[in-house]
Design a protein around this ligand. Sequence first.
Ligand code: GLU
Length: 421
Amino acid sequence: MTTENIAAPINPWAVAQQQFDLAAERLQLDDAMRRVLREPRRELTVHFPVKMDDGSVEVFTGYRVQHNLGRGPAKGGIRYHQDVTLDEVKALAMWMTWKCAVVGIPYGGGKGGVIVDPKKLSIKELEALTRRFFTEIEVLVGPEKDIPAPDVNTNAQVMAWMMDTYSMHVGYTVPGVVTGKPISLGGSEGRNEATARGTVYCIIEAVRHLGIELDKARVAIQGFGNAGSIAAQLITAEKATVVAVSDSTGGIHNPNGLEINRVIGWKQEHGTVQGFPGAKDISNAQLLEVECDILIPAALENQITARNADNIKARLVAEAANGPTTPEADEILWKKSIFMIPDILCNAGGVTVSYFEWVQDLNRDHWSEQVVNEKLKVIMVKAFQETLAIARREQIYMRTAAYLLAVKRVAEATQMRGLYP
Ligand code: GLU
């Protein structure tokens, strides 16, 4: 899915820095502040051996990057993917800094990744890789320092192994070292659905602003992992019609609507959404261009580019993925008056409930799902409205507005702390 609709590979780190530069310019940040915020604070690369089931040893490469620690400990997920690069992880770490600032939670930004296709590993190999990778990055992580979470191809089970590995090393159980854990190990109610739920809260605000009736809206969703598949369910519950979905193998389209629960069952059985009865198979590139009102990219970076932005038919793009749209594509969407809910706002529900999980863990507390969802809604609606107010006041694109809000908050914190020594 990463390379399908791109000619020359687009470097996400160049994109992230370009987005930051635009905000820094508008905020007239001084040169020193720009140079500080433009680079990650720490970058760790690790190469580590894993004993495979057949007795052979494989050496894997992974990364943990902390972009900024100004507003609190580093926070951000760890992804397992064959296309992970250091530049990708740096971009994702920077986006986490802005995301935490947009929703006003007390974290800096971090991210991790391992170059691996986890679908090719046995469960035993996956556990061994996870435990050894976490051991290697333990120089950086800790409940007060850097708190990982799930991302592409990692889940609650992987978080449980990470938490256990850290806990075994320090000699006592430390639930607050990672979030997105199983409920039985100090995970939060509602965390699994949080990214999608936050996206849907944003969409509800956006359609109200745009005068779109959600119960008549057609939705296309790229990506059928944690964010995409749950967004499909939640937006269906809001009476919208999901007309197209896709996963890493390709997509399906039915202009009359897809029955999402059946699609989920189909994917469980066949390992792909393709071939779903009554729907037409389409590619991931085609999915982005289908007739719809709301497009939710929920997969990887660089999907909406200068090459296809002009063909997007949606009135609203809600970025459940990180970095799905390039700056050149942003220009095109803005000119086409397509409303953008940018990633650092749209998918912030995940890290927001991660923050709730961490607070519960540190306080040895457990909140009900209702409490979690209510608190999430308050934060998402506030962040959306604050961003929209800036966009309207300055007559700017929503991504630019979110960046102004976030970069200003981080720059202020950095300024107040001053330089050490
Ligand atoms: N990986 C998610 C994201 O990109 C969640 C991060 C977290 O919960 O720390 O926002």
